[in-house]
Design a protein around this ligand. Structure first.
Ligand SMILES: [Zn+2]
Length: 272
């Protein structure tokens, strides 16, 4: 009898789930702000800090999103005392979250973090746009959504670091390792390496997590073998490689006794 009762209960729960969850799964409707009296929000923006993207454009874009979605207006104010909510740009949050909102009044947007390899990396502009839209949603009174595609879903799906394009001095005595920073367990990176034309170079993606500590012994590294993950003996190399997190690009001069040379390295994570 107990078994039958449990079976019936399970069946009822299953039916209830279907009935209650289906309407939400069909399409999310973001309800207007919980405070209908507020139609114009006054926004104070704190002083900006370094980021490669145009933060003001991203903020305008996110306000436009909510203007259309919630049918509200926004006005920038010069004094934080006059603000309905404040946006603060910070290089990196202390929290496990990349951004947060306190009491619907103070939004703090992290512009990057140093979680990848201890070095600060800027977030991609699209990720910052998503953070802004999500946190402004909270300031407008929206709670989290259970719909993964919603901007109010508590996890941002397109979290990504900004592409990097940096210059390095390639030491002839040891390989240069550049980590490919990602929030994903598996991801795809596009890379371009350009030397100053003095010595041909070799570049290949390696899984750093299994080989940490052996960076000076390039011969011990096991590179990804797939096409696009390596290039050799050229002044300009380019490719796209699927890697696990904690991977990166290892670059060495083709000849071990060559002089130091300047190289530029571009790495960008590809998102679907
Ligand atoms: Zn949230």
């Amino acid at each position: 009898m107990d078994f039958e009762l449990a079976l019936v209960t399970l069946l009822i729960l299953f039916v209830l789930n279907v009935v209650f969850l289906l309407p939400m799964a069909v399409g999310e409707k973001i309800m207007p702000s919980d405070n209908p009296a507020i139609r114009t929000y006054f926004v104070y923006v704190g002083s900006s800090t370094y980021h490669p993207a145009d933060l003001n454009s991203l903020l305008n874009e996110s306000l436009s999103y909510w203007k259309e979605t919630d049918h509200v207006n926004f006005k920038y104010v010069q004094d934080s005392q006059d603000a309905t909510f404040t946006i603060r740009w910070i290089p990196e949050t202390d929290e496990p979250y990349s951004a947060y909102t306190v009491n619907k009044r103070t939004i703090e947007i992290g512009l990057g973090d140093s979680k990848c390899n201890g070095v600060w990396h800027a977030y991609d502009s699209k990720f910052i746009l998503s953070l802004l839209e999500h946190e402004i949603g909270h300031a407008l009174g929206h709670e989290h959504s259970i719909i993964a595609s919603s901007i109010m879903y508590p996890i941002i799906n397109d979290a990504k670091y900004a592409p990097t394009n940096s210059t390095y001095v390639l030491d002839s005595t040891k390989p240069l390792f550049i980590q490919a920073c990602t929030f994903n367990t598996v991801s795809s990176f596009h890379y371009k390496v350009a030397s100053n034309g003095k010595t041909p170079i070799n570049a290949y993606f390696v899984d750093w997590s299994h080989q940490y500590g052996n960076l000076k012994k390039a011969s011990e590294m096991t590179p990804y073998k797939e096409r696009g993950c390596h290039g050799a003996g050229a002044y300009n190399l380019e490719g796209t490689c699927d890697v696990f997190s904690n991977s990166g690009l290892l670059i060495v001069p083709e000849k071990a006794d060559s002089a130091d040379q300047t190289i530029t390295v571009f790495i960008d994570e590809l998102t679907s």
